[in-house]
Design a protein around this ligand. Structure first.
Ligand SMILES: Nc1ncnc2c1ncn2[C@@H]1O[C@H](COP(=O)(O)OP(=O)(O)O)[C@@H](O)[C@H]1O
Ligand SMILES: [Mg+2]
Length: 317
């Protein structure tokens, strides 16, 4: 099924290839076709707000009737997440222990991966709740490595939480033997972990459901983006995720004249061929290099028209 038909679309790729531009254009295009669209940027180097001339900070902002934007700052998200964890534990932990528990949480929050975990938590909530308020959610994700970890995190977390649940269950079994004549006692932390596990599993099901979620990678006709995209497509396929679409951006257009441009075009050619032979299981969409940056809404509209044409050409092939 076509990428544009999916309800959740992830746009990945190396920094600078035109990922945010493409994700914005896709979101814009879909929003002009009668869909309510939420565009979410998880890239720490946000620039989507600039294109739409809005300040997108923390909360969802309206771009127009059918298009909303949310830029998630993973560091802020991390702080917010840590506070909610502390809040949650307050009622569950003995008052004398609370300072020590908070100290441990602060330590954990400074560890590598904490921001990412918080970011993932936010994306999880978006997918599970906002999905029902919008027809489409388009994710502009950070550079490739980050995206991959993001997508494989539910699996890792599942393993981690299972281990934790098992250990807690053992402890709880011992307790119930000692305290309650073998009758099960309620364990709120156990319940909370179960809840989280359910959430992660639900999101994983959505991410793996190819009828709902689509994955596109943006790249340029250059060596490194091709290498990275190949690797990413391969890794994702190991996690049962099929990348349906590869978008080759910034191709030198036919009307670009002069010896210099001709030379550049010759350099590009073998890379384009490589892209076509490497990504036989993907739809390969090509987009031209513009004379200017895509930095205004008018530019973006022009860009999304070309994007639409490129998609429809593919469908008609
Ligand atoms: N087809 C294009 N032609 C000209 N400039 C482009 C094109 N696509 C993207 N750009 C510009 O390239 C720069 C990087 O694009 P961006 O979408 O921010 O990349 P990424 O999100 O992958 O880092 C931006 O200045 C953008 O306006
Ligand atoms: Mg970007």
């Amino acid at each position: 099924m076509d990428l544009l038909q999916k309800r959740i679309i992830f746009v990945g790729g190396k920094g600078g290839v035109g990922k945010s531009t493409t994700a914005s254009a896709l979101a814009y295009l879909l929003s002009t076709k009668g869909n309510r669209v939420l565009l979410v940027s998880t890239d720490p180097a946000h620039n989507i707000g600039d294109v739409f001339h809005v300040q997108a900070k923390k909360e969802i902002v309206r771009i127009h009737d059918t298009l909303d934007l949310l830029e998630i700052d993973s560091h802020n998200e991390s702080k917010r997440y840590i506070n909610s964890v502390k809040e949650n534990l307050k009622g569950l932990v003995k008052a004398t222990m609370i300072d020590e528990v908070n100290r441990q949480i602060d330590l954990a929050s400074a560890s590598p991966g904490a921001d990412e975990a918080a970011l993932f938590d936010r994306i999880t909530s978006l997918i599970l709740t906002e999905r029902h308020r919008y027809d489409k959610i388009v994710f502009d994700t950070a550079p490739t490595g980050h995206t991959l970890r993001l997508l494989t995190l539910p699996e890792l977390m599942n393993v981690w939480i299972n281990g934790l649940l098992e250990r807690r269950k053992k402890v709880q079994d011992n307790y119930t033997q000692l305290l309650n004549d073998g009758e099960p006692i309620e364990d709120p932390i156990y319940e909370k972990l179960q809840e989280r596990k359910k959430k992660f599993t639900a999101v994983r099901d959505v991410l793996l459901d190819s009828a709902i979620t689509g994955y596109a990678f943006v790249l340029n006709a250059e060596r490194l983006p091709i290498l990275e995209t190949k690797k990413a497509v391969h890794t994702l396929s190991h996690h049962q995720i099929h990348v349906s679409t590869v978008i080759v951006n910034k191709i030198i257009p036919a009307h670009a004249d002069g010896a210099f441009m001709q030379r550049r075009r010759e350099c590009e050619q073998p890379y384009l061929e490589e892209i076509h032979t490497s990504f036989t299981k993907q739809q390969v969409i090509t987009l031209p290099l513009f004379e200017h940056d895509i930095s205004t809404l008018t530019h973006l509209q022009a860009f999304s028209t070309i994007l639409e044409e490129a998609f429809s050409m593919y469908v008609n092939k």
